[in-house]
Write a protein that binds this ligand. Structure first.
Ligand code: GAP
Length: 507
């Protein structure tokens, strides 16, 4: 399979050309780390949302949804710890005037050492194949051991510096590692300082007096503050969950890698409230359930892995990420966190209101523990889109660009194509279009040769193309072409719905 040299650039360009994603305010040179979803992008995004919502809310009797406001009382963010601790360590290069996240500079450095290890392994694999024992090699090779030790030492020092908020030592580490600015190539760094990631604005007119409020940096707090409202109004019994899809905002310093790290993005979060002491059992349950859900999209298992957190946030007693193999390597797609009773207790303290559950079986009140699943919708979009976009070499020597999106989330499910623009074929085609439109997102196309139209539909990921030809007028049959195999079958028009129903979810 022919693959482009710079996959991410190819993805960005394809997403723009076909109306999936545009840079925001492009006519004004764009606004960094913000993107607009175009006609096909919004369909794909909505389908991903529905796919999640159906799995989480519709398929779980004990999970209900909410849609909380983006603006919340400012004390929310004091209670959650975001005002005091939602920071990134920043450093500037004095020559290029570019700003970096100090932790990213160190992580990139560590990644380069890890790449050296991989190179040693690959070299040895070629040399000693087929009897190469990778585990043994990693445990005994002098170079690999030297590099591994370097990584461990740097990680340990960096972790201590972060935990003790020792910004001077982070700078010292960057200097000792001789990390240079990728733009200027110099080591002329400023001090490291903490930068809060929340966007703030003012609420109320000046006459009324104004108050600083924040754009929520996560949707989860809208769930926590509504815990009792939902539990009581929906008569939920523990264990139960509250799910939400919505926008979140973070003033990311280094916003890069397309829609991977944005300043305005969407999260799909679910907080699962459980009896204290049962949280680790439910944490394992949600780990298994969420990876199963991702894999149900049909992307190979090798594209996913868990990354268990060794360093836990102060409120968590277990945490991991589901990582996906993005074009730039394995990176976080979803977080699963056992958040204890930290958030509810903090809101109790700051609001003075009880946020407790009354267990009628044991006749006791308690603050529930929480297991959270949190996936970024835009990251999920990038995961699915980047995997799906393929350059395929065909048997006749030509290539095609095909977007092998999971059928369930493809923005257009069916293309309806009259072979010619005359002889009553368009009329017949529109009749078929109207009969399918209620159940499936369809596109009608009569321009250019049918071959070109197939290519256009391949490029936007349409699973089925229905072609109406002269025979259709006499025997009411059409051909259906399947995107991935490119196989065509002829079938009666009256069987189309059953065929599509068997092969593709309605949307
Ligand atoms: N409530 C927990 C929480 O917000 P997080 O790990 O900070 O945890 C959860 O974020 C998910 O949100 C991430 O796994 C990622 O998919 C997505 N996400 C976070 N920051 C993002 C950003 N700047 N751009 C796009 N997605 C982001």
């Amino acid at each position: 399979m022919a693959q482009p040299e710079e996959p991410l650039k190819h993805i960005i360009s394809h997403a723009k050309s076909y109306g999936f994603i545009f840079p925001s305010s492009e006519i004004y040179e764009g606004l960094s780390a913000t993107y607009d979803y175009g006609p096909l992008g919004v369909e794909l995004k909505n389908n991903l949302k529905n796919y999640w919502w159906q799995a989480m809310v519709r398929m779980h009797e004990n999970i209900v949804g909410i849609d909380a406001a983006i603006f919340m009382h400012p004390t929310t963010w004091k209670a959650s710890g975001h005002v005091d601790a939602f920071n990134d360590p920043l450093i500037d290069n004095k020559d290029s005037k570019k700003r970096y996240r100090a932790d990213h500079l160190v992580e990139d450095y560590l990644q380069k050492i890890a790449q050296k290890i991989d190179k040693e392994v690959e070299k040895a694999r070629t040399k000693f194949a087929p009897n190469f024992d990778e585990n043994m090699f990693r445990q005994t090779n002098a170079n690999v051991l030297k590099y591994s030790e370097q990584i461990q030492n740097i990680e340990a020092r960096f972790k201590t510096a972060l935990e003790t908020d020792n910004l001077a030592d982070i700078k010292a580490l960057i200097e000792e590692l001789e990390i240079v600015c990728p733009i200027s190539g110099t080591k002329n760094w400023t001090e490291v300082r903490q930068f809060n990631l929340m966007f703030s604005t003012e609420i109320g007119s000046l006459a009324e007096g104004s108050n600083k409020i924040y754009l929520r940096p996560e949707t989860a707090q809208g769930i926590f503050v509504n815990f009792l409202n939902v539990q009581q109004s929906a008569r939920m019994k523990i264990p139960f969950g509250i799910a939400q899809i919505g926008k979140a905002f973070r003033n990311e310093i280094i916003a890069r890698q397309f829609i991977f790290r944005m300043r305005e993005f969407e999260q799909m979060e679910m907080q699962f409230f459980v009896k204290p002491g049962e949280e680790l059992k439910w944490y394992e349950y949600w780990k298994a359930e969420r990876i199963r859900w991702h894999k149900s999209l049909g992307i190979p298992d090798t594209h996913y892995k868990f990354h268990d957190h060794l360093k836990l946030a102060h409120y968590a007693n277990a945490a991991c990420d589901i990582e996906f193999k993005f074009p730039m390597g394995f990176k976080e797609l979803e977080g699963i966190h056992s958040r204890t009773d930290f958030d509810l207790k903090a809101h109790e303290q700051h609001s003075g209101k009880k946020l407790q559950y009354f267990d009628i079986e044991t006749n006791e009140h308690y603050v529930p523990y929480v297991v959270e699943t949190s996936v970024g919708l835009d990251r999920l979009f990038l995961a699915v889109f980047s995997y799906a976009l393929q350059e395929e070499s065909l048997a006749d020597g030509s290539t095609r660009t095909v977007l092998k999106l999971p059928k369930a989330v493809a923005p257009i499910k069916v293309a309806v194509l009259p072979l010619l623009k005359k002889d009553g074929l368009p009329e017949k085609a529109r009749e078929i279009l109207r009969s399918l439109q209620m159940d499936y997102a369809c596109q009608y196309d009569e321009k250019d040769s049918v071959g070109k139209r197939y290519r256009r539909q391949d490029a936007i990921g349409t699973p089925f193309c229905i072609t109406i030809d002269h025979q259709s007028l006499t025997d009411n049959t059409v051909t259906v072409r399947e995107r991935d195999s490119m196989e065509q079958v002829r079938m009666p028009i009256e069987e189309l719905k059953n065929y599509l129903h068997a092969h593709c979810a309605r949307t």
